[in-house]
Design a protein around this ligand. Structure first.
Ligand code: OAD
Ligand code: ZN
Length: 278
């Protein structure tokens, strides 16, 4: 039915008049690109297009647990080049999620990002699920013993592998981010409840290429509105085509531009100014 097709204007109406009260926001690396952090899969600029010097068979090996156990030095070298502490939350997209939180409309921000920019935008832990882990703790990749995070960081800086000190182990230590071949944190499975109960799903800056995260849009109630705010439709790498289906909408372009327009079309500019950093 064409008449019932979700449109941009219908979404704005729903946001403005409070039809949407339990919004789940799914995010990926694309929302942090304007903060200066490259995404993974964009041709040319993405991390996966710039790993030639590591001679990997597949770029994903860099974040694969079996590969890390064999050759931890590759991830350590990569991590040395990235000081994620030095980036700021994006004043548009990250703070829009914060605005939804402050307006009481955010049910959960489920993110694949490990850059901690959500916390820098003061998105509270209760409203944040870091599905691919976080950069706050470190564990032995072999026996899972918790190790000191600051010592891990010092080792990365010095270009030395931090090894587990459990008797007879010696496994390489890695941050608490989810590698391919590892399970997702419990919080991810708990966040499923917010997905089941949400009345709007906003998907921003992700190719939805990685499972099980990319299954989340299948777990909303039937007919719940789903909006993809992204440079590209996700149908190339995932099973989700946001140009198809009455309840789905694809808004192409840079997420900061789209969010700025949404804020303006909702008449939320003044409130938004107030949550922005000085
Ligand atoms: P990807 O690099 O796969 O996807 C980023 C998406 O954001 C792409 O569709 C881009 O077109 C889009 N994009 C880039 N810049 C944008 C912008 N300024 N505005 C709007 N869209 C933009 O990154 P993720 O989907 O986050 O996991 O990748 C998922 C997972 O794959 C990561 O968490 C990581 C990676 O391997 C693990 O390592 C386990
Ligand atoms: Zn160990």
């Amino acid at each position: 039915e064409k008449a019932n097709k979700l449109t941009y204007d219908l979404m704005i109406q729903g946001l403005k008049n409070g039809t949407y009260k339990k919004i789940v926001v799914l995010t990926g690396a694309g929302i942090s690109v304007s903060a200066g952090i490259p995404d993974f899969r964009s041709p040319g600029s993405g991390i996966y297009a710039n790993l030639q010097k590591y001679n990997l068979k597949r770029p994903e090996d860099l974040f694969t647990i079996s590969y890390f156990l064999e050759k931890p030095e590759v991830f350590y070298e990569f991590a040395k080049e990235f000081d994620l502490d030095s980036f700021d939350a994006t004043p548009t997209t990250h703070f829009f999620i914060r605005l939804l939180q402050d307006k009481g409309l955010l049910s959960m921000n489920i993110t694949q990002n490990i850059d901690n920019l959500e916390a820098k935008a003061s998105i509270q832990d209760d409203f944040l699920c870091q599905a691919h882990g976080s950069l706050r703790n470190a564990f032995c990749a072999k026996c899972k013993k918790e190790m000191d995070f600051l010592t891990f960081k010092e080792h990365v800086k010095a270009g030395a592998i931090y090894r587990c000190n459990a008797a007879g182990c010696g496994g390489p230590v890695k941050p608490e981010i989810v590698f391919f071949g590892e399970s997702l944190p419990k919080s991810f499975f708990k966040s499923m409840k917010t997905v089941e109960e949400c009345d709007l799903m906003l998907v921003m800056g992700t190719a939805l290429a990685v499972s099980p995260f990319n299954q989340l849009p299948f777990f909303t109630s039937q007919g719940v509105h789903q909006v993809l705010i992204n440079r590209e439709n996700t149908n190339a790498t995932s099973v989700h085509d946001f140009e198809k289906g009455n309840y789905r909408l694809f808004v192409p372009g840079n997420c900061d531009d789209t969010i700025r327009k949404i804020v303006s079309d909702c008449g939320w500019e003044e409130e938004f100014e107030k949550v922005l950093p000085e």
